[in-house]
Design a protein around this ligand. Structure first.
Ligand SMILES: Nc1ncnc2c1ncn2[C@@H]1O[C@H](COP(=O)(O)OP(=O)(O)OP(=O)(O)O)[C@@H](O)[C@H]1O
Length: 259
């Protein structure tokens, strides 16, 4: 690995990234550096390019230009499953939970994804350490033997996060983990993210400013495919350009609601 002046601490380094869909630039020269162990919130109005950025990191979308380095390895051009094996995990906006399997079975299935075949073949009954840890972190121990279909919306989201942790990624990418949650569930998720960030590097896509004020430290704001600004929650929310972008959106939504 050649050392450059961004230092050995950077786990993820994105340089001059662009994505073009049918001539439309969904990402346009994005730079983003994440230190190992960082919890970074990624915000921006609808269509800003947040999901596209996650899609590029995870190999779902191929960029038109730029680079994505993770732990010193270039991710561009690698297959999705290869990127998972390198230690990048993501949640999707659509559920990946198996309804008829229990919570613990869902976790075990997720954990087995990175387990070598010989370990699967010789597997004894019982719960692996990775599954036990995921159950404890997400607070789902009491529901371990219940089928996933009985879970509330919040519990299901926590299960999905648990399934991700069970795969032992070093970088977690969470797309709007509190969408549709009650206030209590949001608070519990904020605590969960803080806990997970103690031993993982995490990017959370979120546009709920209240949630950010409570749980975010470092924030990157995307707007129209570019990084508008980056910094602490206070700095970012005091930035007039960010306010304009969000107020503009609020105005549009108010008009839509009326119309
Ligand atoms: N597969 C695709 N083909 C064409 N255009 C796309 C595709 N995926 C995304 N886009 C466009 O790229 C832009 C960025 O979309 P993206 O989903 O990344 O935004 P976002 O910031 O995640 O928004 P949201 O908050 O609504 O999820 C949007 O204008 C979107 O319509």
């Amino acid at each position: 690995m050649s050392g450059d002046d961004t230092g050995a601490e950077a786990l993820l380094e994105i340089r001059d990234l662009s994505v073009v869909f049918d001539g439309f630039r969904a990402l346009d020269g994005v730079n983003l550096t994440l230190a190992r162990g960082e919890l970074r919130f990624l915000i921006g109005p609808n269509g800003a390019g947040k999901t596209t950025l996650i899609d590029v990191i995870t190999g779902l979308t191929r960029p038109a230009g730029g680079s994505v380095r993770f732990g010193g390895k270039d991710l561009v051009g690698r297959k999705e499953h290869e990127i998972v094996r390198l230690g990048v995990g993501r949640t999707f906006q659509t559920s990946v939970v198996f309804e008829e399997l229990t919570v613990v079975e869902n976790l075990d299935l997720a954990a087995s994804f990175r387990r070598p075949l010989w370990a699967l073949a010789g597997r004894r009954r019982g719960v692996s350490e990775a599954v036990r840890a995921a159950l404890a972190t997400t607070g789902l121990e009491e529901l371990a033997e219940r089928p996933a279909r009985v879970l509330s919306h919040g519990q299901r989201q926590w299960l999905e996060i648990g399934m991700l942790i069970a795969q032992r990624p070093s970088l977690l990418l969470l797309d709007e983990p509190v969408a549709g949650m009650s206030q209590d569930e949001r608070a519990r998720t904020g605590e969960l993210l803080t806990e997970i960030a103690e031993d993982h590097t995490v990017i959370v896509v979120e546009h709920d400013m209240d949630f950010l004020r409570r749980y975010a430290s470092q924030v990157t704001v995307l707007h129209e495919g570019r990084v508008l600004t980056e910094g602490s929650v206070d700095d970012v929310s005091a930035d007039p350009r960010v306010q304009e972008v969000y107020l503009g959106r609020a105005r549009e939504e108010a008009t839509d609601a009326v119309g």
